[in-house]
Design a protein around this ligand. Structure first.
Ligand code: PGA
Length: 247
């Protein structure tokens, strides 16, 4: 069994004052006995300080995106090397908000995942169908295409993480039926095997989209769900701890 990864994605939320939530998370985790990996991906502006808050505690910090290049004339972008340099050890790539807001294709996402590995940090590659694709019965074909073309090729499965996030479930309070999550995750696992990923059984497959304390245990109880990527409910330590407790 893979150790679950419970990852928080703060998106474009959080100022210095929000670090009190990170402190509360440290405190809360120290009071329980959890056998999960915990990660927060704050905005890039807080990575450095959050690494300091988590220093000495088993909580990782990650970026939310990176450029494919290590450095250069790319105003406003942040490279995987820079994220790593601040002490972060993960980076989300290909989140649906990046795919939508910035037109990121599978090829762009794959390049970013490769950049993360080059910099020595673990990419969390996001995939997921839109509502229109779901209603057209295209969910599995979309997921198959996205996973095959977004993961870094020729890389063993324990080097990266995949997050399945139905676009229509993100920030909406809507969650697929547990049986649908089960179907999607089983499909993704077999797809990884089919395309010949080495250690395909070691890829942690996270579910993301409206995960909250009240539904975490059920979702995390699905056989091939190896963790969660949490947006809104990761902003408050109490909520995030409630999700961790469900793992
Ligand atoms: P949500 O976001 O938990 O707020 O739905 C999930 C995500 O976008 O990673």
């Amino acid at each position: 069994m893979l150790k679950p990864l419970i990852a928080g994605n703060w998106k474009m939320n959080g100022l210095k004052s929000s670090l009190t939530e990170a402190e509360l998370l440290v405190e809360g985790l120290s009071q329980g006995n959890y056998s999960v990996d915990v990660l927060i991906c704050p905005p890039a502006t807080l990575i450095d300080r959050m690494v300091s808050v988590f220093d000495g505690n088993a909580i990782s910090v990650g970026g939310q995106d990176c450029h494919a290049n290590a450095s250069g004339a790319h105003t406003g972008d942040v490279s995987a090397e820079m994220i790593s340099d601040m002490g972060a050890t993960f980076v989300i790539v290909g989140h649906s908000e990046r795919r939508t807001d910035h037109g990121e294709t599978n090829a762009v996402v794959r390049d970013k995942a490769e950049a993360a590995l080059r910099a020595g940090i673990t990419p969390i590659v996001c995939i997921g169908e839109t509502l229109a694709q779901r209603e057209a019965g295209e969910t599995l074909s979309v997921l198959g295409d996205q996973i095959a073309n977004s993961i870094p090729p020729g890389v063993a499965g324990d080097q990266y993480v995949v997050a399945y996030e139905p676009v229509w479930a993100i920030g909406t309070g809507l969650v697929p039926e547990t049986s649908d999550i089960n179907t999607a995750h089983n499909f993704l696992r077999s797809k990884l095997q089919e395309i010949g990923v080495e250690n395909a059984d070691k890829v942690r497959l996270l579910y993301g989209g409206s995960v909250k304390p009240s539904n975490a245990a059920e979702i995390l109880g699905v056989a091939e769900v190896n963790g969660a990527l949490v947006g809104g409910a990761s902003l408050k330590a109490a909520d995030f701890l409630g999700i961790i407790a469900g793992a």
